[in-house]
Design a protein around this ligand. Structure first.
Ligand code: SF4
Length: 688
């Protein structure tokens, strides 16, 4: 007889890379990942996955994985046991509180972590430390989405699901490159276009969807608000608006109409560089469609006026009555990271508690205090850039950085590193000895998304389960266990012994999540929030009856176009834009430690041929990119994808120093950095 080998165990989980939230079936053999298969019944991916989710798991077994805690001693970071590391952290936190009060401690939580871990981090900061100094990396990407969408519609999430968007007959894709950054969604959008939907792409670069567009608008970086106002001007003047919707469900039309008088296509052409005829053509496509949809990305948010950009985009959907009516599919941000929506949903933000109730609202605090049994601090805490500023000013005694390589990913990285060096205690939860970990006093080895239990929320507000396919290496622990252990070392039992308990507790704090539980998600697979009732489906499409604003109306925003923080000048004549490429993810710490590195081995600076001639640069040769803040070294790639006067590179290879170049300008509402506009000059490497 032939022995039949039993099938290796398969675990259903959710991809830990981008915010699409592909469901994956992970095959493990002898505690190693043997294969990652896209789930045919995945609610978003339907049998598809991209080169990141499917193949970029080699980092799990990298010899560089951290497997035991590290503590800074005489000879630098040295391995220690968990007890010693936890005791050191507890002593440092108590010392910081003694010296400067609870507000001398801060934590940066992570979009890489599960909802339950984020819930626990913010609970630890509020309950054990007594401060609202907790933020997460949405500060650096989609915080303007949360602020802008809340102001326009009432809730800090996309208005529709991607299933809705896929029924659209006209897609307006703004400041996003989903073909590379969200490949499964990029493919679904492209399929929709190939089946007849009209497509308007608004992006300075010739991004992946641009060749398929009916109109490709190429605004100068930093001019999104003017571009949207130009489109809105055409909608209004050509009567392509929904008068009934505007009368009964919207507010702010007189103010917007007054403002838009200053944005006729000719003037907008001057402001943005987009030909007036293209602008009019795009507005007519969007305005005459039966079911238009807007999809956007970081090209809208990462600006000095990123929140205004989101609101100006929302204006278009409101003017058309294309939100909350079924006659269009609203405004939908493509979230970059796997759980950037969830980290904010869970209250890992300095001004709101789980479910977005304001910490300044006594009724919101009272609800949390009932669940937690301790007073909640009433004053909003520090945002991430303010944490670094406080550290540099000697006002921060301890900073806990969870799963973020802030020295590589935050703008003006030299100043971030200085802040960490000044702060008396820096604790870092990490997979690898990242740049940030090198500046830490204690480094805690943690589990990856393939090694932990919990949930993520994807870009269309969909809760999905995350399950461990393999065990973490050595003595690495999940962030969930780490937070509980630090709380215990401080003498407090945080409660919530399991991730399921944490989500259950969160559900008691916010009606948005009241109907959610691990058991329900195990049964149903995915549930969108708001979900106030365990016996009813979550609300996939929002605002059918009323908007979630105080008056129940959608709010048009009369926000003027204002210039970006930096303009090219004689010293720095080009604009650098950063973004994502197809094979890598964020700082690249995971995707560069596996097969994906071979697919895209070095970071390039994309340069237009005219600029290459002007600066004497050759394809494939090293080039320096220099700003007022620092310099980076990359390899020149000369082609027409970028417009003349602009250069583009990714942030996947921090060693090249890209974020030493980016500016410290930030969104005036949310402090999201203006990664999309930095004035630079180029020099052949070796010159300068
Ligand atoms: Fe899906 Fe995004 Fe993961 Fe790719 S990276 S498999 S698109 S969730």
């Amino acid at each position: 007889t032939t022995a039949v080998r039993p099938a290796p165990p398969m675990t259903r989980t959710t991809c830990g890379y981008c915010g699409v939230g592909c469901a994956l079936d992970v095959v493990a053999e002898e505690d190693r990942i043997a294969a990652v298969l896209p789930a045919r019944d995945g609610p978003v991916n339907r049998g598809h996955a991209c080169v990141k989710g499917r193949f970029a798991h080699g980092y799990l077994t990298s010899p560089e994985r951290l497997t035991q805690p590290l503590l800074r001693g005489e000879h630098g970071l040295e391995p220690v046991g968990w007890d010693e590391a936890l005791a050191h952290i507890a002593r440092g936190l108590r010392a910081a509180i003694r010296a400067g009060g609870p507000d001398a401690v801060a934590a940066i939580s992570s979009a890489r972590s599960t909802n339950e871990e984020n819930y626990l981090v913010q609970k630890f900061m509020r309950v054990v430390i007594g401060t609202n100094n907790v933020d997460n990396c949405s500060r650096l990407c989609h915080s303007p989405s949360a602020a802008g969408l809340t102001a326009s519609f009432g809730l800090p999430g996309g208005t529709d699901t991607f299933d809705d968007v896929e029924r659209s007959d006209c897609l307006l894709v703004v400041g996003a490159n989903p073909v590379e950054a969200h490949p499964v969604i990029g493919a679904r959008l492209l399929r929709r276009v190939l089946r007849g939907a009209r497509l308007v792409v608004a992006d300075p670069r010739a991004v992946g969807l641009a060749p398929h567009a009916d109109v490709h608008l190429r605004p100068r970086p930093g001019t999104n608000v003017a571009l949207c106002h130009g489109l809105a001007h055409v909608l209004l003047t050509e009567g392509l608006v929904d008068d009934e919707f505007l009368r009964h469900r919207a507010a702010g039309l007189p103010e917007l109409t007054g403002l838009l008088a200053d944005y006729p296509p000719d003037r907008v052409a001057d402001l943005t560089g987009v030909p007036a005829a293209d602008l009019v053509a795009a507005a007519r496509l969007y305005g005459r469609a039966e079911r238009p949809a807007i999809v956007y990305g970081l090209g809208v948010t990462e600006h000095l006026h990123g929140t205004d950009g989101v609101r100006a985009l929302a204006n278009l959907a409101i003017l058309r009555g294309a939100v909350g009516t079924g006659r269009g599919f609203g405004v939908n941000p493509l979230r970059g990271q796997n759980n950037v929506q969830g980290a904010s949903d869970m209250g890992a933000l300095p001004d709101v508690l789980p479910g977005y109730g304001k910490v300044t609202d006594p009724a919101v605090r009272a609800r949390a205090e009932e669940v937690w049994g301790v007073p909640v601090p009433p004053r909003p805490g520090l945002r991430i850039p303010e944490m670094f500023a406080a550290a540099r000013a000697g006002r921060l005694g301890a900073l806990w950085v969870i799963g973020e390589d802030v020295c590589a990913t935050d703008p003006d990285a030299n100043r971030v590193a200085r802040a960490l060096d000044i702060c008396p205690l820096v604790v870092c939860d990490e997979l690898f000895l990242s740049e940030t970990a090198r500046h830490a006093d204690v480094v805690l080895p943690v589990a990856s998304w393939l090694e932990k239990d919990g949930t993520f929320v994807n870009f269309d507000r969909r809760f999905q389960r995350v399950r461990p396919a393999v065990a973490p290496p050595g003595r690495a622990r999940t962030d969930f266990d780490t937070v509980r252990a630090v709380a215990e070392a401080m003498g407090t039992d945080l409660g919530c012994p399991t991730p399921a308990d944490a989500l259950a507790e969160c559900a008691r704090m916010s009606p948005h999540f009241a109907g959610l539980s691990h058991r329900r998600l195990d049964r149903e697979g995915a549930v969108c929030w708001p979900c106030p009732d365990p016996d009813r489906p979550g609300q996939a499409t929002l605002y059918r009856e009323r908007f979630a604003t105080a008056d129940g109306r959608a709010h048009l925003a009369a926000v003027p176009h204002l210039p970006p923080g930096e303009q090219p000048d004689g010293d720095y004549p080009l604009v650098m834009v950063t973004g994502r490429r197809w094979a890598h993810y964020n700082s690249g710490s995971m995707t560069r430690r596996g097969g994906n590195l071979a697919l895209d081995p070095v970071d390039h600076l994309d340069i237009h041929p005219d600029d290459a001639v002007r600066y004497g640069l050759r394809d494939g040769e090293p080039v320096q990119v220099i700003s007022r803040y620092g310099r980076a070294r990359l390899i020149a790639r000369i082609g027409g994808e970028t417009a003349p006067g602009q250069v583009f590179c990714s942030f996947h290879f921090p060693a090249s120093g890209v974020n030493r170049v980016t500016s410290d300008h930030a969104d005036t509402v949310t402090s999201c950095p203006e990664y999309k506009v930095t004035a630079v000059r180029l020099a052949a490497d070796g010159a300068g």
